[in-house]
Design a protein around this ligand. Structure first.
Ligand code: AKG
Length: 372
């Protein structure tokens, strides 16, 4: 549909500017007004350097014995997967050609042991990621680490007119990866140690990610034999999720490119690396895929601040765009649209409201035969 292709082009130009090939880098924190006018209102990402230079965390947290000592009496939520991809699509069974949405196995573990698991994990054994997205910094860590960083990002709080809804800590290693998704938050993402590599796509590129409904499942993990099992939720619950894996294995590349041509043959996503000491402003509803590089201790540490977004006319336009079928013959799921107020009550990332739909059990599945 050429009108939608023009929309992609126009939004890319507005987000990048016509002369530039990379997202804006600011050398110091913006004023609240500058941030609001130039980034939040136009829904445009940027990276801000020197925004957290005053945090003791920058020098303290990369020292893992400091973290273990400070949190020696804490128990935290550790996410385990066989390969490092939590909240991602995996084959429902080894022989089946359909996919399900798999959540990690989550265990409450004393922090020093959890950190040890993160540092020493690798695919083939298990990959451990401290990434509980329920305001975990304030609930699980801030008694011990709260004085090492700011409780909120001052200029963002002033621009957005509210305090963060959630503050999350992310401690992983180079094997952890977060699949393409979007959140209904304004996100200020601060990297403390290591590097984070983001792929970003504006909300208008929604059709290029082939969002489909996948049955939800969760890993169980047996410490005795070190085996993971995937357990489908019963009763079945469907999660609308992006089908595209931007980094397919060499063997899968050709078939992935054939299945998702709008992504692989279209304009490239914006690619950016956020270094230790930098903050990424990730505007609400932008699709993002995240990988990481570890520091010398084998960790990547980040903290992010989720601020409420405005459920305004932009939100309504994006939902409208998403409701138009393009690039996929998938039958629209039978779904109830949340009311605006209901959406803003979906506070923390809730997989069933990722796309603001409550999906009924009788939706089409994602099997290949139905995709064609
Ligand atoms: O750091 C990550 O692995 C994912 C971050 C993310 O998805 C978010 O902040 O919304």
């Amino acid at each position: 549909m050429k009108e939608i292709d023009s929309l992609w082009e126009e939004v890319r130009e507005l987000s990048l500017g016509t002369s530039s090939t990379a997202i804006d880098h600011l050398h110091s924190p913006p004023t609240p007004l500058h941030f609001l006018r130039n980034y939040v209102s136009p829904n445009k990402p940027c990276i801000i350097a020197n925004a957290i230079t005053h945090w003791p965390a920058l020098s303290l947290w990369p020292n893992l014995s400091y973290l273990s000592h400070s949190l020696c009496h804490s128990s935290v939520s550790l996410h385990l997967t066989p390969h490092g991809r939590a909240d991602s699509l995996v084959p429902s069974t080894p022989t089946h050609h359909s996919f399900c949405f798999a959540s990690a196995n989550v265990q409450q573990v004393p922090f020093p042991r959890a950190l040890d698991c993160v540092v020493n994990s690798r695919p083939g054994k298990f990959v451990a990621y401290l990434q509980q997205q329920n305001d975990c910094f304030r609930t699980e860590y801030s008694a011990a680490l709260g004085s090492d960083c700011d409780a909120h990002i001052g200029w963002a709080t002033e621009a957005l007119g509210c305090l963060p809804e959630a503050v999350n800590l992310w401690i992983g290693n180079r094997f952890s990866e977060t699949s393409f998704h979007k959140d209904h938050y304004e996100n200020l993402y601060a990297v403390v140690s290591g590097k984070k590599h983001f792929l970003l796509l504006p909300p208008t590129d929604v059709h290029r990610l082939y969002i489909r409904n996948y049955p939800a499942s969760q890993y169980s993990y047996s410490e005795e034999n070190g085996e993971f099992k995937l357990e489908m939720e019963d009763p079945v619950r469907y999660v609308p999720w992006c089908s595209v894996n931007p980094y397919p294995s060499p063997e899968a590349k050709e078939s992935e490119m054939a299945k998702f041509p709008l992504y692989f043959n279209g304009p490239k996503p914006f690619e950016c690396t956020v270094n230790a000491g930098e903050v990424l402003y990730l505007p609400s509803m932008w699709f993002h895929h995240v990988r990481q590089s570890s520091d010398d201790e084998g960790c990547t540490i980040a903290i992010n601040y989720w601020y409420d977004m405005q459920f305004d006319v932009k939100y309504a336009y994006f939902n409208f765009l998403q409701s138009i079928q393009y690039g996929s013959t998938l039958t629209q799921p039978k779904c109830e649209k949340y009311s605006g107020s209901h959406v803003s009550n979906c506070n923390l990332r809730d997989k069933s409201c990722t796309d603001a739909y409550l999906v009924h059990d009788n939706v089409d599945s994602n099997q290949d035969s139905e995709d064609k």
